[in-house]
Design a protein around this ligand. Structure first.
Ligand SMILES: [Zn+2]
Length: 225
């Protein structure tokens, strides 16, 4: 048997090995031959000559598989998540040694690459917030100095992940900017936050402060004379 195979930790009380006829009890491994998880016992699957590599190190997983003529992935059912999860993979011991040597030799490279990517992301994030702030200022030229930065910072934190950083065309539409500015006005220019806990509902409070917000928005939108 070559290629990648899967060993499952058997969930059934007992299964008969299709090859040797022995009983595979629950919790023991079974090499699945079909969807019903019937198949061979671990002895017949002949993994004794192989070594189990635990999961978690992507480079080791990939490389040891590359160097092994056989890979047998061990899977266990996670009842909470309702899916099979990898418990590791059986590969030839020499493949693990080779993979480890390779990983050790270029671990500094890989770390440097990761660090570089992190720096790049930080710069991209900063540029994104700066572009956002510029757009805010253009739409609301009369807002007090520095507000565009505060609004951009806050909105980017709030929507981090949702506001696609990679989105380029029409990145910041007027609607999105206006919503961010309204939220800012609500919290900094009105009594909104202090009105809670007085038995009023959120919708009611928002209704009350709406004229105030609209006035401020109009003022901030006005071109500076
Ligand atoms: Zn067997």
């Amino acid at each position: 048997m070559t290629g990648e195979l899967s060993l499952y930790v058997s969930r059934r009380p007992s299964v008969i090995c299709l090859k040797c006829g022995l009983t595979i009890v629950q919790g023991k491994m079974i090499l699945a031959e079909d969807e019903k998880k019937r198949g061979w016992c671990a002895a017949c699957a002949d993994v004794k000559s192989l070594e189990l590599l635990p999961p978690g190190d992507a480079a080791m997983t990939r490389r040891s598989k590359k160097y092994s003529s056989r890979t047998v992935v061990v899977q266990q059912w996670n009842n909470k998540r309702k899916r099979y999860e990898r418990l590791g993979q059986f590969v030839e011991p020499e493949a693990i040694l080779k993979a480890r040597a390779e990983c050790e030799s270029d671990s500094a490279d890989r770390e440097a690459k990761n660090a570089k990517a992190a720096v790049k992301r930080t710069i991209e994030d900063r540029e994104y917030r700066q572009r956002f702030a510029v757009e805010i200022r253009q739409l609301f030229p009369s807002m007090p100095a520095g507000r565009e930065t505060a609004i951009a910072e806050h909105a980017c934190e709030k929507y981090s992940g949702r506001v696609g950083r990679t989105a380029s065309a029409k990145e910041f539409d007027e609607d999105m900017i206006t919503r961010a500015v309204i939220a800012h006005v609500r919290h900094t220019e009105t009594n909104y936050d202090n009105e809670f806990g007085k038995g009023k509902r959120k919708r009611e409070i928002r209704e009350e402060i709406r004229p105030e917000i609209n006035l401020m928005i109009r003022r901030w939108k006005r071109e500076r004379l």
